[in-house]
Every structure is written in structure tokens, then in C-alpha cells.
Ligand binder design. Sequence first.
Ligand code: BES
Ligand code: ZN
Length: 475
Amino acid sequence: MGDPPCWLHLFDDFDMTTSLAPDLASFFTTHDARIHEELFDFLRIPSVSARSEHRADMTRAAEWLAGSMRAAGLTAEILPTGGHPVVLGEWRKAGPQAKTVLVYGHYDVQPAEPLELWDSPPFEPTMRDGRIVARGAVDDKGQLFLHVKAIEAHLAARGTLPVNIIVLAEGEEEVGSDNLAAFITRMKDRLACDYIVISDSAMFAPGIPSILSSLRGIAYFEINVQGPAGDLHSGSYGGAVVNPAMALCRILATMHDADGRVAIPGFYDAVREWEPAAREALRALPFDEEQLRRDVGAPALGGEAGRTVLERLWARPTCEVNGLLSGYTGEGSKTVLPAKAMAKVSCRLVPDQDPAEIERLMAAHVARVAPKGVTVSVTQLHGGRPWRAELHGPLFDAARRALAKAFGREPVITGEGGSIPVVGDLDRVLGAPILLLGFGLPGENAHAPNEWMSDENFVKGMHAIAALWEELGAA
Ligand code: BES
Ligand code: ZN
């Protein structure tokens, strides 16, 4: 990539001549092969949190990670939750005067299916064209692991760290982090910290380090429609018995208006527009909507009228069908009136929408529009709050300098359409400023076949985080 456009330079008080301290840089060079071998070992463990058949792999991944933290010089414990365990790593020898940083990440991954679309097996990591390819490479094992290695670099090169560090690694992020809020609340005193740092997101573009300013929240539902007691002959009964599949489609069709806005009454009541300066910054980012259309291979893009694509993705809430199930979908035809239909529906939320309130609105709306002749239920599967960052203060300044040292240019500020459910809880319970520094890239296939992480970003990510500890120690 050539020089980025000048209006991508947000800050004018920047010294771009500094780089990572030589002793830390040389640790990463000397140990490059070993670090990659270890990462590949981590990626080989199929820690799929959604599937009960991977329960033993989840334990194995937690133990592997605890071992890796101990080898880096942290103490590590595997702590039970109501679901998959938390791995808690700690190094607290910087003393009471030094700042304490909490790093959050997740060691669980999404299911790898459909397996036939992978060019190499998902749990046999390989390096292809500068990309680390494996399920979990970028989301989030690679990004969690680079934090462990940044800690190791300091302890190996200097025998000490300028900050106290807590690493909180969970195994349920990809299934909604249901048990983590209770864990954090229970462990509030032990997790007390000055700053929180998370790498579980992406940079705006290759070579352009990014600080994330927002995450959407989520409210995830299952809608079940029950008609007759069992499947019926569609000729003998069709026309006289209400069809649950049609009933479900009619319900789903009421969820948007013709302008692409969510039509659930009250849905937008709590939505706070981004401040004019933030909207301005968002509109200034060089984003090619047509390129996105080509990348995803869709005939056209859609969404809320009067909004740019980045606004639709980062600043506006949505309601999406994630899955549909009903009737006969096998080969050929079968004349059947199905007894039931099911949809998985999720809403992405923006500040100040509250997942519990959205559940109430969704349930009331579905009950109101449900056709007669079927029974409809709405169950919330999980929820997470939206979040927006404070883009000033010592943590933010340290991050700008650390990213500049590692990437040779200042960061841009981005938003994100995805969710990290625990961020809202960390904010609420621990009350420390949160920094989201992601090292993924657009198109890295998170949650999809052929997930990858740029090896350059993995290495520069380690540099940036090692530099961040230095900056925070000096702050
Ligand atoms: N790492 C992602 C969050 C994310 C997605 C950050 C895209 C940046 C870009 C995270 O692991 C994730 O996928 N979260 C889920 C949460 C859900 C299961 C509650 C998501 O957003 O779907
Ligand atoms: Zn993730």
C-alpha cells in the first residue's frame, strides 16, 4: 500500500521517529520460530465452545493456555464458572505504585463447519502467503496469544514489567459469555485494575493501525411457531389449517419497514446518535462501498435509507434473521403442511439500547402480529450491551504511541458492527477505561471457512503490546 491519504492523519503532535526498544525487538526476532510453533499448538486444539462433544478440548485449551502463561512468567489458575472455565494469569510484582492492566481475550472458537469449504483442515494451522490459516487464528487465539508473548518479552529481556498485569481469558465468548458477568462480579476485588486492554477486533485496513471506538451490543432470540399437533397432508388440510411456516414468514416480514428501518415499536427510543464530530470522522474514513459489495459477492447492498454503509454497520441497530427451519427441505418434493417453524433472530444494538428492554419489545411485537391459529413463543438466548469508548486520557495516548512504534504510523479511529458481550460488563463492574486494539484485517474470514490472521499483524501486534506496557509504565 502507498502512503495513506493525509486526512487519515488525525493527530499533529506525533513523533514518528521512535520504535520498539531494541532488547524487546530482539526477543521477538530471536524467538520467532518458537513463538509460531507454540501458536500453532494452541490453534490445533479444537476449542469449539458451542459443541458439547468438544468439552474435553475446551479443558485442554484452558490447560494449554495456563501452561503457556506460566512459561511466560505469570502465575495462572483455571477457575470454574457456570460453563467453560476462565484462565486467570497474573503478574503483580511491579508494586503498588505501578498501574494494573487487565487483558481480556477468549480461547474458544466458532464451529468450523462447513468443513468442505476449507482449503486446509481448520485445526491443522498452516502459513500460506503470509497468512496464518486456522479456525481461531484471528478470533481470538492469535490475538490473545500475542499478549502473552508481549508479557514474556518483557520478563525474558528485563526480568520485570513496568505494570502489574492480569490476563482474563474466557471460553464462552462465541456463545454469548453467559457466565462471565457473574464471574467478574464475584471476582471484582481481584480483578480491580486501572486499565483494560482487549485485542479481539480488526484494523481498518492493512498497514493502518486502529483504535476501536464502538461495539454494537446484541439481543439474540429464538422464535417458535406451533400449528397443528403433527405434520399434515398439505392437500387434505392445506387451506383450512394455518401453516406455521407462512405464519412465521408473516411475523418476520413485519420487522422492517420499506425504508429498511426496524419496525418494532419502541426499538429506536433509546438510540443515541453519534456526536457530530464522531459522525464527521466516520464519514472521513476512506471506505469504498462498491468494493464491499464485490468482496461479499452480493448483487446489491441494502439497509436503512439515508445512512452510509459505515453508519449502518457501526452506528445503527439492526434486526436480522440468522436461521430458519420448517417443513421439508430434502431432495425433490413432499406435500406437507409442517407442524412447526423456527427462526433465530438477532438484533445488534447501539448505545443506549438495553438487551433486556429489546427482549420486552420483541416479545410484545411478535405477540401483537402473530396470526391466529398458531402458538408463538419468543425466547432470548443471550444478550450483551453496546459500548462506546472514551477517546482521550493516558490509556488512549499510550496506545497511540505504542501503535506508532510498531506500525510506523499513527492509528485511525474506527467503529465495529460485531459484539464482545463482556465489554459492557467490564465497564459496569470494574469501571476502568477500556482500550480495544485489534490486529485482524477486513476479509479475514472470522466465523467462516479459511479464517486467517496476517502474520505481519501478529508480529507487529506483539511489538505494539510490548510497547504499550512500556508507555503505560511511563504514563
Ligand atoms: N471477535 C468477535 C467480535 C468482533 C467481530 C470484533 C467482528 C470485530 C469484528 C467476537 O468473537 C464475536 O464474534 N462475537 C460475537 C458475539 C456473540 C456470539 C454474542 C458476535 O459479534 O457475533
Ligand atoms: Zn472474538
